[in-house]
Design a binder for this molecule. Sequence first.
Ligand SMILES: [Zn+2]
Length: 454
Amino acid sequence: MYLFSRCQWLVFLFLSTTVWGASFKAGVARVKITPPTPFWLSGYAARTNQASEVLQDLWAKALALEDAQGQRAVVVTMDLIGLPHDFSETVAGLVEKRYHLARQQLLLNCSHTHSGPMIRNNLEVLFDLNEGDLQHLTQYRDRLQDQLISLVGEALKDLSPADISRGVGKAGFAINRRQPNPGGVRIGQNPEGPMDHSVPVLKIASPGWALRAVLFGYACHNTTLGGNSYRICGDYAGFAQAELERLHPGAMAQFVILCGADQNPNPRGTVEHATQYGRELAQGVETALKGSLTPLEPRLRASFGWAQLAFAAHDRARFEQETASDNKYLARRAKLMLQAYAAGCPPRQLAYPVQAIRLGGEFTLLAMAGEVVVDYAVRIKREYGPENLAVLGYSNEVMCYIPSQRVLREGGYEPVDSMIYYGQPGPFSEKVEDQVMETVGQVLSQVGVRRINQ
Ligand SMILES: [Zn+2]
């Protein structure tokens, strides 16, 4: 056994030094982040109780990468709804201090499961929580912070030579959910709307060619299970990861959610649907793994930038009126806004992070924050053509939806109503898409990816 492994190792060294001169290194680590029950689940305002049982454990997983020159990055994925700004930046600051990874070298992505815990203070407008609830949430959040810091360290400790290749699969269960109606756009099904059914796949193999990790993505809300479900679960993304880990014992399957903010699984509502979509997505990944994968040159570059997204104009009078509204969510949001006005800092714009991690000379993880509609992925892939892009949403922090100009003009839940639950003052200004795209262009250009359709 030992001799055989050593033999393979030598063959790998020969191949990698012949082709690239040196190889990537990769390290993996995972930690269970299932909250204790009972616990408040996030995502659906309709829930009236805490979760009482666990259908599936939740995980945070880290993939550390190092190129032939020692450049590093760590991708951390979590079966969670989304992280608030201050939490992500605190984690990033501690990671920088402890492991000397700069901000652009740490990518955080949440699967957006709606059957996972609330992460304080993300979406706190959803529920009227008492002091005990808030303490409970704070304890979970503090523990999560410690777990994530240790997790990054574990993945870095695990760094060892690896071959990385990329491919693409397909899954078809996502449907555009912005259904046009005479009264405006409503959440439903819109088979004519834009969608992106591609499944980018990154294969991380040890020198013996054994699969160590597979990173894959899909553009669809992780909401197969509805607001009537009170069981903790990773939803379709959790089932897809579990299925791949069953098929490849010892390997880590890591899901990154793409620009699926206006996409829903269809049909949805049952555990059977969620397991079926998990299997379908895993099958899409399997097909890619068995197909022809493109090896990536062991070179890593990372960049990170902040856009400033302007909100549409708002004034105090509107919130004074809304504070007396029968709609409790509108009233809670108005209270937050009046506090901000009273403190002299009503939010006029929002700092928005964009990050790129490029592997080799042809594959880039573009990580965008918030709930990003699919128009961005379609446009970015068109404009940055030959580069193979995985355009991630829900990355680093989730502060609200990020509509395209088209979606903003059409109105409806994503660009307007959801801003109430997120405690934002109202919709973005019409410049939002331009402001996002300018920073996308800067961040991509810093890692050497150029726009083709000037
Ligand atoms: Zn969402």
